[in-house]
Design a protein around this ligand. Structure first.
Ligand SMILES: [Zn+2]
Length: 414
């Protein structure tokens, strides 16, 4: 029943969910540029300072020996070669991100060449979008190999973010396996530390806190002062920001794991469930640093689709039954099965709101024919005229049966 108006593509609304598609490469480009600048500044200031020191020493009449000067110069050259190597890698990464961005702009621009959902090219475009959403979903669930295989088979590698999620997932797995080193390295790489501080992120502190808990837990195998020196370096400086954690850290020294059963607050600190929380905190921080949506786009698309199709009748008949029958009425023209009432989607749709249908898709002035079918008054009159019927007669648009107008009943939808 796709009339012209409803099959028209509203491009802006269509692309509402696709902002992250363009945004991630831009965020990664910015991160890449910041990291490159960080390296240049770090090694640049080393070279500048060494150069200044060597020149000053010579000027003070305290010339360093020639072999020493050559050694210093060699060191500086080696550092600069290192910078060049790193910059080459940053440049390759930049080219890769530009290729991704270009492919994405092209994919979104294709939609603007389509004006109707009936266009055969639209099916291909929306299929690509579905492949993208499915790959994104698999990546976020940690099924990296399946996501890679799907993206390769469907040719959407440039439209999905396999490397980003792969890296994230590896670090997440390390945390779940009880290691914080990889996540700490992520926190401190390039200028991520500065960015995390801007976001008021507690990730690095929580990782250091967990490190401390593990030192205390295994105190028989560590040096006696290790817990204290770790706390002094990584926890005490933040006692104003995280007073509870720092207080617990102090108390933990007097509370070995074998005694904590009596004190619930400390039992929680030693609990293995902390690793899961830490992994979730890492994922959340990673995603917000890169402006990635916190839930898969597939969920958003699915819930808005379910919401659009759901009617108040969908869950009213058998509120507890997953297999509620389709709510077709004798008045509906096409007694199709409602997707929301199907076994597959009924439970999924239970908690989504109904869409507010501001525009009715039922014809105005519905009239009921004696055979149980209903049509709009205007359509019946129009059809009667075309069929050359006598005044006061109407014809069923589908069955061709002819009835007198006195037999018709007005339909009220309640
Ligand atoms: Zn329904």
């Amino acid at each position: 029943m796709g009339d012209h108006e409803s099959s028209k593509i509203d491009h802006e609304n269509h692309l509402l969910l696709d902002q992250p598609l363009l945004q991630l490469p831009i965020e990664l480009l910015r991160k890449n540029l910041r990291s490159a600048r960080f390296e240049v500044e770090k090694d640049g200031s080393y070279v500048k300072e060494t150069l200044k020191k060597t020149a000053n020493d010579s000027a003070r009449g305290d010339p360093i020996s020639q072999p020493d000067a050559v050694k210093t110069l060699d060191l500086m050259i080696a550092r600069m070669r290192g910078v060049k190597r790193k910059l080459t890698a940053f440049s390759e990464e930049e080219n890769r991100l530009h290729r991704h961005e270009e492919a994405r702009v092209k994919h979104l621009a294709e939609l603007y060449s389509l004006y109707s959902v009936d266009d055969h090219k639209y099916e291909g475009w929306s299929r690509t979008r579905l492949d993208r959403l499915l790959t994104d979903y698999l990546l976020r669930q940690g099924y990296i190999d399946s996501a890679r295989a799907l993206a390769q088979e469907r040719g959407v590698e440039l439209l999905v973010d396999i490397d980003t999620f792969d890296q994230m997932n590896k670090i997440r797995q390390c945390i779940l396996n009880g290691s914080v080193q990889e996540a700490l390295a992520w926190c401190t790489a390039g200028d991520t530390k500065k960015e995390l501080r801007k976001m008021d992120s507690n990730l690095e502190f929580m990782l250091r806190y967990q490190q401390y808990i593990e030192i205390v837990r295994n105190r028989s195998q560590t040096r006696p002062d290790e817990a204290f020196s770790h706390a002094r370096k990584h926890l005490f400086p933040y006692r104003d920001t995280y007073p509870t954690e720092v207080m617990h850290a102090c108390g933990l020294l007097a509370m070995p794991p074998e005694y904590v059963d009596r004190v619930p607050a400390y039992r929680e600190i030693y609990a293995p469930a902390r690793w899961q929380k830490l992994a979730d905190l890492f994922t959340e921080t990673h995603n917000s640093l890169l402006s990635l949506p916190s839930i898969p786009l597939l969920h958003i698309a699915l819930s808005s689709g379910l919401s659009a199709l759901k009617t108040p009748a969908c869950h009213s008949i058998h509120p507890n039954s997953a297999a509620a029958p389709s709510h077709h009425t004798s008045l509906s023209l096409a007694t199709s099965v409602c997707p929301i009432c199907s076994t597959e989607l009924n439970e999924l749709a239970r908690n989504v709101p109904h869409a507010l249908h501001s525009k009715s898709h039922v014809e105005p002035d519905l009239l009921l024919l004696p055979n149980g079918r209903a049509y709009g008054k205007a359509r019946l009159e129009d059809y009667a005229k075309k069929a050359g019927l006598l005044e006061g007669k109407v014809k069923d648009l589908r069955t061709g049966e002819v009835f007198g107008v006195e037999q018709l009943k007005k339909v009220f939808i309640s």
